[in-house]
Design a protein around this ligand. Structure first.
Ligand SMILES: C[S@@+](CC[C@H](N)C(=O)[O-])C[C@H]1O[C@@H](n2cnc3c(N)ncnc32)[C@H](O)[C@@H]1O
Length: 294
């Protein structure tokens, strides 16, 4: 019985390459996909051994994962690292037959009131996946210039220039009076700027993306992963945000046009409504898979 249902797990792992031995999970999270693979590999690939290298930026996630998965499964190795460091992971660990990124936050991030990801709990405005990283959401809110705030609101939140400027100016006016420290202080400021709950959630997501440089990390991975796949190896990327999906789609298209890769499915894979009914987190998931053919 699985403790947590990973998104699009069946669709991901029914696309494993025929010869499959080495799996890289770049977003270990609460190890849902790793656990699914370990539980199902015998049905799909009887007798084949699998070696798993998994990483996550979040040290707390890695500590829990070590206890529940790492220590119990000798074939699983956990690294506290960004998937964007795939080049150096390759130098240390070798190539992979299958690679998966399941981007974004894990549900524990929202549930953990201290981390500042959720608008539902009052917490320090932190939002770092990696507790060793320097920049927090608080730094962004209190120190970014008007232009910088406008840029991220337009780019990651799809706000019009007019709305982005309105919210950015509102935040700057408030921080002149008092440093913005917590999630609820920011929520209150946005609420007073006539921001509804949905828009507040979008602005929190913008801050999370910027705090963790999520798009830059993805772009770095997309640049480096082609060298790290074995021949006939496959890479699967699951996104929850339209920009991440667009970046992935264009990078995969360019690889296919280069002649050394093939899209495994022409159309993006999305969850069945029954999966969404059971797991709301799956509702905006999009999965793309590419195969290395030479
Ligand atoms: C959606 S969750 C993964 C869930 C996991 N597949 C599961 O089923 O339990 C995304 C995870 O990626 C991690 N993460 C985000 N950016 C990362 C990065 N650049 N490198 C490594 N991990 C990252 C987050 O800390 C989070 O735990």
């Amino acid at each position: 019985m699985l403790r947590h249902t990973p998104v699009l797990a069946r669709e991901t792992f029914e696309n494993l390459p025929n010869s499959f031995g080495r799996y890289f999970d770049g977003t270990f999270g609460h190890w849902g996909h790793v656990e699914y693979l370990l539980n199902h590999r015998e049905e799909q690939h009887p007798g084949q051994k699998v070696e798993v290298i998994a990483c996550d930026l979040d040290q707390r996630v890695m500590d829990k994962g070590e206890v529940f998965i790492g220590k119990r499964n000798k074939q699983v190795k956990l690294l506290h690292s960004s998937y964007a460091a795939i080049r150096s992971i390759w130098e240390q660990e070798g190539k992979f037959d299958f690679m998966l990124l399941d981007l974004g936050v894990n549900m524990e991030h929202f549930k953990d009131g201290e981390r500042g990801f959720s608008i539902k709990t009052d917490a320090d405005l932190d939002m770092r996946f990696n507790q060793d990283a320097k920049t927090t959401a608080k730094d962004i809110v209190n120190h970014y210039s008007l232009q910088e705030l406008v840029r991220i609101l337009i780019k990651y939140g799809d706000f019009s220039e007019k709305s982005a400027e309105y919210f950015a100016k509102g935040i700057i006016e408030e921080r002149k009076k008092k440093k913005i420290e917590s999630t609820w202080e920011l929520k209150e400021i946005l609420y007073n700027l006539h921001c509804n709950q949905k828009k507040i959630a979008v602005i929190f997501q913008v801050l999370r993306i910027e705090t963790n440089k999520e798009l830059e990390q993805l772009e770095q991975f997309l640049q480096d992963f082609p060298n790290v796949l074995t021949k006939w190896g496959r890479c699967a990327i699951m996104t929850y945000h339209s920009i991440e999906d667009r970046i992935t789609k264009f990078a995969f298209k360019a690889l296919e046009e280069g002649g050394k890769f093939r899209l495994v499915h022409k159309k993006v894979i999305q969850p069945h409504y029954k999966e969404v009914e059971k797991n709301k987190a799956a509702r905006s998931a999009k999965l793309r898979i590419i195969e290395k053919v030479v």
